[in-house]
Design a protein around this ligand. Sequence first.
Ligand code: SF4
Length: 376
Amino acid sequence: MQGPLPPPIGLYVHVPFCVSKCAYCDFASYAGREADMPRYVDAVVREIKRRGEETGHPRADTIFLGGGTPSLLDEGQVTRILEALLGAFSVDEDAEITCECNPGTLTSGFAHALRNAGANRLSLGAQAARTRLLRLLGRIHDWEQAIVSLEIARQAGFDNINLDLMFGLPSQTVADFQETLDAALALSPTHVSCYGLMVEEETPISRDIAAGKLALPDEETDRDMYELARRTLAENGFEQYEISNFARPGYACRHNVGCWTRVPYLGFGSAAHSFFGECRAMNPSRLDAYLAGEEPKTEHISKEKARFESMMLGLRMTRGVKDEDFTRMHGLSIREAFGEKLDKPIAAGLLEWREGALRLTRLGMDLENSVLVDLL
Ligand code: SF4
């Protein structure tokens, strides 16, 4: 008789190529390096096969192709990557297999190749309905192209589709964001991610803001937009399951939930991280360093750091961190691990115990960083 299945891990592949660099982007992505794509795919496939053997072909139940813009790969390249993953790991038949795509790059051929290779979830970087805002972000597409991409995805057989939206953009009003939410809901996605703009140093948008050419909405407007997303999405049947993520029942992104609950994962490609055997490994973030075969940097996670990570990641989720799960993972209850450090954020109404779990309150979600500082 067969024993219980081993716990599954997640698999991630980073595809660092983009058509052009968005004005706010400081991710490990490159424009104008398409000529390196064949070499990159060869290197990723080699890495997948090698790591599969080194780790004993573990069971996996999620795959995520992220970027960058994975939909810039050609059909043969994306098929090779997915086939390499399916060959090197024991991937569950009902695994969640996601690919990030950007409007303006998704072709019908690519979407069909993805489906044929087993992908069943697509994440589309739609971002905003107003062309003015998309231009200011340096996005290469307009909303019409997001609609076309969604149709292409549906025709290829994808029915589990996430739309990424952004708020807190320079000159964006609450009414603009309402328009984006309404336009997104009209497309009937199963999942919506709403991220506030993070202005990173050394990006064109940060320089324009510093020079006074662009102005961010004030804090209150920013918060109003976030509240608008929470309310509008809840009214339309979406459950908020993480600070920035909303899903129809049963459609939470399993891969990301795994990351937030410290399920081990292996990452492939430049800038990809892995978390496996209480060790984190970071592949070189520079494309050239990865192509040159530079080794990943590894870090052993101490028991104390592992406990903090469980809180840092788990508190992002609305269900919080279950004491029972924490105790099973770390051999200590949350109270035993954090002691008096819990008292201040609980007294301030930022953290609360509910149904055996420690969670951020509504206010705590806004002030998550201060809670983490208290727990450090
Ligand atoms: S598409 Fe995404 S990864 Fe590429 S430049 Fe824009 S924000 Fe960065």
